[in-house]
Write a protein that binds this ligand. Structure first.
Ligand code: HEC
Length: 150
């Protein structure tokens, strides 16, 4: 066997290796796409209202205090499963009224409790947020978080 690697061998290893991993990458990308569109979020359609709710979520930087499916800050509760905790996941109207009540009651001013600001959101924004949180809650997260508190 040769002791020295020729330029041709090095080039073949480079191109062959690159192609191999590019194919794996493309395959995994397709798999993720199929998984996301048919399995993980299929039980709740991505409606206009859900999309608007996501914008409200971003515009008011809720993630600066909260986590959503574990992503975000650890100051305030996880909200990826809040609709389940509130028992309103299958009742969009109840989800709306409960969230509205919550948002309007902030800040509670209760001593010793962390405070959430009042964002003075419109009913429309709160409805969209409720739909977004239901949508997020219905995402198949493979049993994460492991407990109700998130
Ligand atoms: C400055 C930090 C902060 C921001 C920003 C914030 N929150 Fe909160 N949020 C809190 C805190 C603290 C609590 C818990 C308050 C309590 O239990 O008294 C809370 C609680 C909640 C709850 C109830 C969770 C539960 O488990 O009962 C919901 C729902 C919620 N927030 C939604 C939002 C939404 C939607 C936004 C963005 C529009 C937002 N929050 C932005 C601090 C924040």
């Amino acid at each position: 066997m040769r002791e020295v690697m020729t330029k041709t061998m090095a080039r073949n290893i480079f191109y062959g290796g690159s192609l191999f991993f590019i194919l794996i990458f493309v395959g995994l990308t397709i798999h993720s796409h199929i998984y996301i569109t048919t399995t993980s979020t299929a039980s709740m359609p991505l409606t206009e209202s859900v999309a608007r709710g996501k914008h409200v979520w971003e515009r008011y930087s809720c993630i600066n205090c909260h986590t959503l499916h574990g992503e975000g800050a650890y100051y305030a509760p996880e909200v990826g499963n809040v609709m389940t905790r509130w028992g309103v996941i299958d009742e969009p109207e109840d989800a709306f009224t409960t969230l509205k009540g919550w948002m309007e009651a902030q800040p509670t001013g209760v001593e010793g409790r962390r405070q959430m600001p009042n964002f003075n959101l419109s009913e429309e924004q709160i409805r969209d947020l409720a739909n977004f949180l239901i949508w997020a809650d219905k995402t198949d997260t493979q049993n994460w978080p492991p407990n109700d508190a998130g």
